[in-house]
Design a binder for this molecule. Sequence first.
Ligand code: GLN
Length: 272
Amino acid sequence: MKQKRKLGQIVLAVLLVLGLVFTVVACGKTESNENVTGNEEVVYKVACEPTFPPFEYKDIETDEITGFDIDLIKAIAEESGLKVEIQGLGFDALTPALQAGTIDIIASGMTIDEERSKQVDFTEPYINSGLALAVAKTNETIKSEKDLQGTKVAVQIGTTGAKKANALKEAGIVKQVKTYDTIDVLMAELAKGTVDAVINDLPVTQEFIKKGHSEIKIVGEPMDSEQYGFAVAKGKTELLQKLNDGLEKVMESGKYAELLEKYALPENAWPK
Ligand code: GLN
């Protein structure tokens, strides 16, 4: 009888200890789960099309995506206490990805325009840019937009350059618009002579010429003026506010000027 009672007491003690251990483990778990889902640990996914130097491109040595936009969004994130991670996507995949929620921010030299503003929310402008016409250095016939009659023009898919080229085709000027996924390929096609001209953002074409494509030249005046903005999904007002506040601080702190210089961008690229 005594032995039975003792056994009962041992079983009870073991159960109590087990209960205690379970409670401690469970509490610990809840706490760490909260940390993961809590605000502090949110990592915002930033996407770009990385063949757009000096704004976003792959560093040949490290294979990491870098550039003005990348440094700027990282500086803004630091100012605003946000964690970001960078990834590459096709330019035409950026807006659908933002709308589907698979990415949080577009940082891809994206021009703020009316049509896009119906699909995404843009920050304040962070760069002044515009389109330029480029041809082979040996081309003596195309001196400006006026000479594009009957030509084959290359553009990047989904860009303002593509829109411009398609409008020139519809107007019966350009004969054919050839669309490519990445800027490096369309520059290579122009260099090879498979197309007559390229319509692309001026600072980017300038960078390609500077970094080795010496067989290409820019002709005529800039075709328009545009401004880049970072984009978030429609209605993400809190995130948008944080990015705008951060951008303002980065512009005021001297960091923005430092980045313009680092990427050899002119002073008038700054939308003040
Ligand atoms: N600024 C142009 C646009 O928004 C091109 C952008 C790009 O090719 N990354 O369409």
